[in-house]
Design a protein around this ligand. Structure first.
Ligand SMILES: [Zn+2]
Length: 246
């Protein structure tokens, strides 16, 4: 039963029996896992603030062969993202990240780029107070790293260039189609503005510090959320909550 040390982001915790919790974690070295944190519900637990939602922690985890649920031996807080969640918009954004991560990140597949992306997005939520661009950036790179970012410039059906007006997207599909190919497709016109795409290719911190949000961020986010829902094969609860809160 090897003990492993790994950085992790706490996605959520669930109560388990009297004194324990189950922690859903996105770890740097082991990918997404679930682990029992024994004694975590006691007032004086050794986990302290390390199991608050979205805490960046160093976790010590026992791997148990043939068992889905691992066992966490201890966790130390590296950086907290808890206070920022006093702002309701940021709290919803944080819950959105956790929900999307649980729905989209495969279990037990380490992904260092995705881990670094997640941390950069959390830090930007914490320090900028802005919600739209950090979430847009998260969605864009999550989709891109997962390999289902569609071609924004060409029709997925006939390959024709879509031009500035963009293409049509039908919920449930994986790409954009042109005016000709959209016949019979109940979709909506979607374009991802070049300035939005360019922004997503800068370091997030710099993009937010140096420029105002370009037009089209919200539209792009909505489109990315559609793609995520299609791939996760379910509606995102926090997406609806965020739309209500705006
Ligand atoms: Zn076409």
């Amino acid at each position: 039963m090897p003990l492993r040390e790994t950085e992790a982001i706490v996605l959520r915790t669930y109560r388990l029996a009297e004194a324990d919790k189950i922690a859903s974690l996105f770890t740097r070295q082991m990918g997404r896992v679930r682990a029992v944190a024994a004694g975590a519900r006691r007032t004086k637990s050794r986990y302290g603030a390390a199991l608050e939602p979205l805490s960046h922690v160093r976790a010590f985890i026992f791997e148990r062969e043939h068992r889905d649920l691992l066992r966490m031996n201890a966790a130390e807080l590296i950086e907290s993202f808890f206070d920022m969640q006093k702002d309701y918009r940021v709290q919803l954004a944080a819950q959105y990240l956790a929900e999307v991560a649980e729905g989209m990140i495969p279990e037990r597949e380490p992904n260092d780029r995705l881990f670094r992306l997640f941390l950069a997005v959390l830090r930007s939520l914490k320090h900028s107070g802005e919600v739209t661009r950090p979430l847009l950036y998260f969605d864009y790179w999550l989709i891109r790293l997962a390999g289902f970012l569609p071609d924004f410039d060409h029709c997925q059906n006939c390959g024709r260039a879509l031009g500035e007006r963009g293409g049509f997207y039908a919920p449930g599909s994986e790409g954009l189609v042109c005016d000709t190919c959209r016949t019979g497709v109940a979709g909506q016109r979607v374009s991802v503005a070049p300035a939005v795409r360019a922004g997503c290719h800068k370091p997030l911190e710099r993009w937010i510090a140096e420029e105002k949000a370009p037009a089209g961020c919200r539209e792009a986010r909505r489109f990315f959320e559609d793609l995520i829902e299609t791939h996760a094969e379910r509606k995102l609860v926090t997406r609806a909550m965020m739309e209500e809160a705006v």
